[in-house]
Structures are given as C-alpha cells and as structure tokens.
Design a protein around this ligand. Structure first.
Ligand code: FAS
Ligand code: PHB
Length: 389
C-alpha cells in the first residue's frame, strides 16, 4: 500500500487532519490501534474554541454540532465568598461552543467513512521506519497479518502514550514537563446542569468544575489527591463534595443522579520540541499536554493540524515553507495555551505546599480579576482561544 500522508491515531487530531487533507485532494490513511466502539466511547473534552468550530465547518462536519452544540458567552469563577462572571462575548466579541469531544469524534468518523477516507481500526503494533528518508514506511499487524504502508509523510496523532514521539531519538527532542500533585475526578450524569454556564470553583477543600454536555446531561469534576482511587468515591460522596465546593448559592440548583461514567485523570503540562523529525510530524497530545482547566487540549490538537494541513498543501503545490515553519508556528500557540492552562490551574486549585501567603496571593488575584475589566478581558481572550497567528 502507499499514500501521501500516513496518519497514526483516530482522535480529534488525526481525524480532523484527514478531513482537511481530503478537502485538499491529498490522499491519507488513518491507522488506529483501538476499535471504533472504544474510540467513540471515550469521555474527554467539552469546550470548542471558535477556531475549532470554524475548522469543523470548513471541512463540512458541523451539521450536528450546529444543531446540538450550546454557544456560551461567559463562564463563572466562584471563590466561596463571591462569583466572578467572565463575559467573554462583551470582553472579546467571541464565545465558545459546548459540544463534547465524544460527539466531535463520532461526527468525524461518520464523515470519514461516508467519504471513504481509509480509516483502519485495530491496527496493532504500529511502527514507523525510515522517517528521515524520502519514503517513510509504517507497518502494523491486523488480524495477525503484517501490513505495510509507504507514504511521503507520517503524522503522529497518536496521543501522549503513542508510538510516534517515542520513535524520535531522545537527543533530537527537548521535553518540558510539570506534573501537578492532584487529579480531576470526573462524573457524567443525565441530570440538568446546575447553571446555564460553566462554574470554576476555588474552595478551601479544593477545585470543582460544573460543566455540561447538553441541557439534560451534566459533567462535573472535583480535584482529588493523586492517591485517590475512583472506587473510593461513591456517587453520593461525589455529590456531597461537589455541593460543598460549588457553595451555598449553587447547591440548591444541583440535581443529583446516577453516574454514567466516573474516572480520575492526572494533570500535567508537557511539551516536546520540535514537532518534526524528518518526514514525521507530531500533532495534538502526541506533542503536548495541558491541564484541562483551560479547556485547551482538544483545541490545540485542532490548531496543530490546521498548521500541518496548510504545510502539506503547500508542499504538494511546490512550496516547502509551510512544513519548515510548522513546528515554530504550532509551538508559538501551544506555549501561550500552556501558560494560560498552568496559570488558571495554579490560581484555582489547592496545592499541598501552598502556605498562608500563597493562599492570600490566590485570593488577591481573584479579587483583582473581580475588580478589573482589563484582568477579566485577559482571562476571556485566552479562554476563547488566541488567534492562529
Ligand atoms: P487522543 O489521545 O485523543 O487520540 C490519540 C489516538 O491515537 C487514540 O485514538 C489512540 O487510541 C490512538 N493511538 C495511541 N497509540 C497508538 C498507536 N501506537 N497506534 C495507533 N493508534 C494509537 N481536554 C480538554 O480540553 N478538556 C478536558 O476536559 C479534557 N479531559 C481529558 C480527560 C482525559 C482522561 C484525557 C486523557 C484527556 C483529556 N483532555 C481534555 C485532553 C484531550 O481532549 C486531548 O487534548 C485530545 O484528546 C487530543 O486529541 P489527540 O491529539 O487526537 O489525542
Ligand atoms: C468538560 O466539560 O469536560 C470540561 C469543560 C471545561 C474544562 C474542562 C473540561 O476546562
């Protein structure tokens, strides 16, 4: 087999890239380790920046998002004493779309199948070869049979634990990482949200987030120590803790119900530079991770592949510039999103080593944001997503 671009991974990065290439008439093949049901069942992100919404409209995979997605003009930051509303629409002229990553993935897979984009699930033992040569190769096994694909380029869209980044010699990469001393325990339930917008809460007992997937399905998170096990958290214990952390004003509006999903995700900031090695390009979580506080993970994956698709289209039109600049362009936006995600996480969470002075600094910053339109505009323009350039 041969193609122009071999894509490893059928998450948002790999799938969106395949549609951007399809629209440009560039052949690609997607190799996905898991089966379709597993990929479509993952519960992850919930917020789409305007850039991501625009990309999905650009590739014509937006019909259900535009019908079922919820446009949000603002969100709240609750401090226990007061609530600060960040009016994104008034402060930036932009908003965000509440539409789960699960739904985005399903829509992109449905469209890929409809468009006959080669999407191979259950591709095991994927490996890359000769990535610094003119004809890189991807091999894998499927139903016990060894398969091989020649390509001009390989896009490593296989997430943080994928094979692409691991295939780059260690001395060719610079890694930057911060691991946070806590995780997020998330719960999904078919109950109406407690508010019409998201609420990020900074409470003495820890962070909490009230989010949603629709008017009838809620997504909640509470910060937990890394030692916690999800089995130790009954639904009742979760609802009790969430109620305390969201505070007395919100508590009466919380509707409880049985969890559809409950899991603990660790938090880390991570970047691998550069995002290119020969004809292998990294995009999405394969190259970077952000703590979900800023709702940036999925959206960075989208902007990465927008830059990568632009470079690949340029290449097939005869110009190498886009691919040469890919890593620099993507990293410029990535590092600004890393900063915002790290800042928002540092502000809203309780760290084990935060002393009394550190807690006063958090409270003073929240008080400053409450009183300064300039500070609220800074929060808003980062949350809605900084421009691609
Ligand atoms: P993904 O990890 O989504 O996709 C990679 C794909 O590659 C997967 O389908 C995987 O099966 C496949 N793969 C891996 N190794 C392979 C191999 N060797 N061969 C073939 N295929 C392989 N972001 C937010 O903005 N908000 C959130 O609330 C949020 N919550 C999250 C919760 C969890 C538990 C996790 C893990 C992430 C969360 N994220 C969140 C971040 C998440 O949304 C990612 O940013 C997003 O999935 C990135 O998309 P991809 O880069 O496509 O990577
Ligand atoms: C979610 O709805 O899953 C979500 C929303 C905002 C975040 C993180 C997660 O910052």
């Amino acid at each position: 087999m041969r193609t122009q671009v071999a894509i490893i991974g059928a998450g948002p990065a790999g799938l969106l890239l395949s549609h951007l290439l399809y629209k440009a008439g560039i052949d690609c093949v997607i190799l996905e380790r898991r089966d379709r049901a597993y990929v479509e069942s993952r519960i992850r992100a919930g917020i789409l920046e305007q850039i991501t919404v625009d990309l999905l409209r650009q590739v014509g995979v937006n019909e259900r998002m535009d019908r079922e997605g919820l446009a949000h003009d603002g969100f709240a930051m609750a401090t226990g004493e007061e609530t600060i509303r960040i009016d994104m629409a008034a402060l930036t002229g932009k908003n965000v779309m509440v539409y789960g990553q699960t739904e985005v993935t399903r829509d992109l897979i449905d469209a890929a199948i409809e468009r006959n984009i080669p999407l191979l699930f259950e591709a095991e033992n994927v490996a890359v070869h000769d990535v610094t040569g003119a004809k890189p190769i991807v091999t894998w096994t499927r139903n016990g049979k060894q398969e091989k694909l020649e390509a001009d380029f390989i896009a490593g869209c296989d997430g943080f634990h994928g094979v692409a980044r691991a295939s780059i010699p260690a001395d060719k990469l610079s890694l930057f990482e911060r691991v946070y001393p806590f995780g997020w325990l998330g719960l999904l339930a078919d109950v109406p949200p407690c508010d019409h917008e998201l609420i990020y809460a900074s409470h003495e007992r820890g962070f909490a987030l009230a989010s949603m997937r629709s008017h009838t399905r809620s997504r909640y998170y509470v910060q937990v120590p890394l030692t916690e096990k999800v089995e130790e958290w009954s639904d009742e214990r979760f609802w009790d803790e969430l109620t305390v952390r969201l505070g007395p004003d919100v508590a009466p509006r919380i509707t409880r119900g049985p969890s559809l999903e409950k899991s603990i995700a660790p938090l880390r900031s991570f970047v691998a530079e550069p995002m290119r090695y020969g004809n292998l390009f990294l995009a999405g979580d394969a190259a970077h991770i952000v703590p979900p506080t800023g709702a940036k993970g999925l959206n960075l994956a989208a902007s990465d592949v927008a830059f990568l698709a632009e470079g690949l289209i340029d290449h097939y039109k005869g110009s190498a510039t886009g691919l040469e600049l890919y890593s620099t362009r993507a990293l410029s936006r990535i590092w600004k999103a890393e900063r915002f995600s790290w800042w928002f996480t540092s502000l809203m969470h309780r760290f084990p080593d935060t002393d009394a002075f550190g807690r006063r600094m958090q409270m003073a910053e929240l008080d400053y944001i409450k009183g300064s339109e300039t500070a609220r505009r800074t929060v808003a323009e980062n949350y809605v997503g900084l421009p691609l350039r």
